[in-house]
Design a protein around this ligand. Structure first.
Ligand SMILES: Cc1ncc(COP(=O)(O)O)c(C=O)c1O
Length: 457
C-alpha cells in the first residue's frame, strides 16, 4: 500500500473506531475526500476498498459509502457470522463422547476387517442393519440389493456413468437440483435434460413426454425436502412418478437424503409405490451424522446389482470399513434413532422460526418456498433484484447466504433464487439474519431479470 493510501485508511478507520463518524453515517464523497486529504481520487478509492475489506464500511450503488451499523459490526469483530449457506451439521449437534465410544468399539469389533480389503458392496452386518432401517420408511429390500457408498455423491457419480438395463443414455434432472449431481454429469460429459420444479411441483405432461420420447436412462429426483427448494412431493405425486417409471421403463434415482428429518409419518418414498423394479433408493448419512464419515446406503433393483458391484469395486474397492463399523454400532445401539429424533426436532423448530421471521419481515412476493417445518433448506425468489450485489452487501454485514445459480444447468432459465440453510443457525441468528436481509432489500439495485417460473403463483 502507498504511504498516502495507508495514512488516509488509518485516519478514516480511527475516526470510525472512535465514533467520530457514526454507524450508518454516509462518508464524504471520493472527490470531497481527495480535496480534504490533498491526494488523488485513486488514493481515496483504494482506502475505501481497504476499509470495505475490513467490513468497516460498505457501498450503496449510486449513493456512496456508509459506516457499517454496530449491531452488524459486532458479530464480525467477534468473528461470529450468521451462516445460511452451510449444508453440513452443526459440530455441536453430535455428542463427541458417544461418537468416540462408537469409534473405539468399531476398532475393537472390526479390527480384522480393517487390516484387509473387504466386501466392495459393504459390510454384510451393516447391510443387514440398513435393511431394517429402510423398512421403517416402507422400503423393503434384502441385503443382496443394498450397497454402502462413500457418500451419496459417489453413488450418484457411479450411477451417472454406468449403463442401465433399459439401454437408454440420457439423464433427466429437476431444475433446480443438487449442484453435486450437475457437477458429476458435467465431469462425465453425460447428456442431461432439465425439467422445471417449482414449489407447485412439476409439469406432469412434460415429465411424461420426456419419459416417453427422450431415451431417459433415469430421472434423478429429491422428492423430500428438496435441495434447494425445501419442498416435498405429495403421496399422489410420488405414486405417479413410480407409475410412469414402470410404464416407460425409466429408472428413478430417489435421493432421500433427509429421510431422517421427516415429521410426517405418512410420507412414504417413491420406492414404496412398486419401486422394486425401477427405483434406486438412496440415503446419505452426512446430514444426520457427519459428512466426514463419507457414508451413504442404497437399495437397487436386482437387475442393476452385478454392474453396480463392478463399478463400485473399480471406484474405490470398498467404502472405509472403520466408518461402516461406526455406523453399524451407532444404529445397533439405538443411538442413531435417539440422535435423529433430537436433530429432527431441532431443525423443525429452526425452520418454523425461519418461516415466521421471513413472513413477518420480508415482502410476501419474495417468499418462494419455506417448508412449514422440517427439512434444511428454503428458497427465496427475488425477481428483478441484483442478487450478486445483495449477497455481497449482507455478507459485509456478517450474514452469508447462497445464490442458487449453480443449482441450474447453464442453459436453463433461472429465477433469482437464494438458498437459505438453517443447519448452522439458531433462532436468534435467523431473526437477525432475516432482519439484515430485509434492510438491505430496501436499498437493493434492480435488474431486468424478472423471470419467474412459468407456473408459479
Ligand atoms: C440432495 C443431496 N444429495 C446428496 C448429497 C451428497 O451427500 P454425501 O455427503 O452423502 O455425499 C447432498 C449434499 O449436500 C445433497 O444435498
Amino acid at each position: 500500500m502507498t504511504n498516502k493510501k495507508q495514512t488516509v485508511t488509518d485516519r478514516i478507520r480511527s475516526d470510525i473506531v472512535k465514533g467520530l463518524i457514526k454507524p450508518g453515517q454516509k462518508l464524504p464523497s471520493i472527490r470531497e475526500q481527495s480535496q480534504a486529504f490533498a491526494c488523488s481520487l485513486n488514493t481515496i478509492i483504494g482506502a475505501y476498498q481497504e476499509l470495505e475489506k475490513e467490513y468497516l464500511i460498505y457501498s450503496r450503488p449510486k449513493s456512496g459509502y456508509y459506516v457499517v451499523a454496530p449491531e452488524a459490526l459486532l458479530p464480525l469483530l467477534q468473528k461470529k457470522r450468521i451462516d445460511f449457506t452451510s449444508a453440513a451439521p452443526d459440530p455441536s449437534s453430535l455428542s463427541q463422547t458417544d461418537f468416540r465410544q462408537c469409534l473405539n468399539k468399531a476398532m475393537e469389533l472390526f479390527e480384522s476387517s480393517i487390516f484387509t480389503y473387504s466386501d466392495s458392496q459393504g459390510l454384510l452386518s451393516l447391510r443387514q442393519e440398513i435393511v431394517k432401517l429402510f423398512h421403517k420408511q416402507q422400503v423393503f429390500s434384502s441385503e443382496h440389493q443394498i450397497f454402502i457408498f462413500s457418500g451419496a455423491q459417489q453413488a450418484l457419480h457411479l450411477l451417472n456413468g454406468m449403463p442401465f438395463p433399459n439401454g437408454k443414455t440420457n439423464i433427466l434432472v429437476e431444475q433446480p437440483t443438487y449442484w453435486g449431481m450437475l457437477e458429476s454429469l458435467k465431469a462425465q460429459n453425460q447428456t442431461v435434460i432439465g425439467i422445471e420444479r417449482t414449489p407447485d411441483g412439476i409439469d406432469w405432461a412434460a415429465l411424461e413426454r420426456h419419459f416417453q420420447s427422450n431415451m431417459i436412462k433415469f430421472f434423478y429426483t429429491i422428492p423430500r425436502f428438496h435441495n434447494p427448494l425445501g419442498t416435498s412431493y405429495t403421496q399422489k405425486e410420488k405414486q405417479r412418478i413410480a407409475e410412469l417409471a414402470q410404464k416407460y421403463d425409466v429408472y428413478i434415482v430417489e435421493d432421500d437424503y433427509l429421510a431422517d428429518f421427516e415429521t410426517n409419518h405418512k410420507a412414504d418414498p417413491i420406492w414404496a409405490y412398486n419401486g422394486s423394479s425401477h427405483v434406486i433408493y438412496l440415503r446419505s448419512f452426512s446430514k444426520v451424522m457427519l459428512p466426514g464419515l463419507r457414508l451413504a446406503a442404497a437399495t437397487v433393483p436386482s437387475a442393476l446389482v452385478p454392474s453396480l458391484q463392478q463399478h463400485k469395486r473399480t471406484a474405490d474397492l470398498s467404502t472405509s470399513v472403520l466408518s461402516q463399523g461406526v455406523l453399524e454400532i451407532f444404529i445397533q445401539s439405538g443411538m442413531y434413532e435417539h440422535h435423529a429424533k433430537q436433530m429432527r426436532a431441532m431443525y423443525a423448530q429452526r425452520m418454523s422460526k425461519l418461516k415466521e421471521a421471513a413472513s413477518r419481515l420480508l415482502p410476501k412476493a419474495f417468499l418462494y418456498s419455506i417448508p412449514a417445518s422440517g427439512g434444511l433448506f428454503a428458497a427465496l425468489n427475488l425477481p428483478g433484484i441484483h442478487t450478486e450485489e445483495l449477497v455481497k452487501r449482507i455478507g459485509q454485514r456478517g450474514v452469508d447466504v447462497l445464490r442458487a445459480d449453480q443449482q441450474f444447468l447453464p442453459t436453463f432459465p433461472k429465477p433469482n433464487l437464494l438458498r437459505m440453510s438453517i443447519m448452522r443457525t439458531d433462532e436468534q441468528d435467523i431473526e437477525e439474519g432475516i432482519q439484515t436481509l430485509a434492510e438491505e432489500l430496501d436499498h437493493a439495485t434492480l435488474t431486468n431479470n424478472a423471470y419467474t417460473p412459468s407456473f408459479w403463483i
